[in-house]
Design a binder for this molecule. Sequence first.
Ligand SMILES: Cc1ncc(COP(=O)(O)O)c(C=O)c1O
Length: 424
Amino acid sequence: MKKKLICYIFAGLLSTKVNADPIYLDYQATTPVDSRVLESMLPYFTKEFGNPHSTTHVYGTRSHEAIEQARAQVASIINADPQEIIFTSGATEADNIAILGVSRALKNQGKYEIISVVTEHKAVLEPLKVLEQEGFKVIFLPVQKNGIIDINDLKKALSSKTALVSVMAVNNEIGVLQPIREIAKLAHEHGALFHTDAAQGFGKIPLDVTKDDIDLLSLSGHKIYGPKGVGALFIKRGTPVIPLVYGGGQERKIRPGTVPTPLCVGLGKAAQIAEQERLSESKRLLALRNKLLNTLQKNLTGVLVNGDLEKRLPGNLNLSFTGVDSAPLLANLKGIAISASSACSSDSLELSYVIKAIDHDHSLPPAIIRLSLGRSTTEAEVEKAAEEIIRVVSDLRDKNPTGGGRSCKVEDIEKIKKDLLKNM
Ligand SMILES: Cc1ncc(COP(=O)(O)O)c(C=O)c1O
């Protein structure tokens, strides 16, 4: 317990700004609100404050119109009908409605099996656990070493009892893209519905619910330079869903509650900008990511890319470093704000469940970082980040030539914690 606590403190310290302004390379965790998005939202906090459901006066109707415009903006970038979009508090809620709502609606038709993947986000894995407790059978497909499912595994798992297949479009840690069109086609051939958690893909990769034949798609505002606390679920017309909460009739009675106008307006605007800039931004991010990776691999040995490098989100890099320990690597990378794919648990170093799923032969070095580049990332930042990683990894290897084990000793954490506090 005590050891676990120290690990949490340590994790907290890592997320604290040690230097004044570390370079932000954690855009898959969240993004800042784009100034154009903020501007579009502001009137709806003050002058245009009407309840969008009070349509007996202009305050309400103007708010209502703004929400319908946002709905149309979100729908248009995935080629959906606006009436098939319901606003939620984020992708977590959208995933919960899709998974719990659809599975429960189909159970009385003799369909009580769900298929998903071991590397899904917790927003999918946790509701699936709830379904297991309710008597559903959940089949978790493994992934190949590149992080992508083997389509033959899906073929074997599907049956006439499958209610729903839920597979994410883009993985949040390793950035790999699953073949969702192929998965949807197979699911439908077996009479199952298909849901995709597209929180990391919406606005970044082409998604077309008609061409991809998607029944349900979850998305989030704060991954695309929109506000936190808003997202949406695309539900294909005719898809049976039992709501999770009950109240007024808002959002087709599937997600009742007063719809937050400023947040929806922000999501709509963010979606519109993301789509307008998607191609040029993808190209720019890919070039920056390649530069970062090439610089690291040119100057350091033992830099491994986790997950498929081709079928991958342009701005994502997930890297393992041989010959260094994870805790000191993270503690010393003070100039960049990044995520780790491993965490201390008890007195050992736990690789994340996503990394464990691709680490088939238990050979991956535990020093793993996720670098995610975004709209404000510049070439100069990438160069600086690369310099810092090269310096820190080289120093650690020089100081401890036998490093790179999987231990995460309490004494080490205490020492690193003290060093960090000294520098704050
Ligand atoms: C793949 C994936 N799904 C779901 C979520 C949850 O999104 P939200 O924060 O909008 O609830 C995230 C956020 O990290 C994510 O990356």
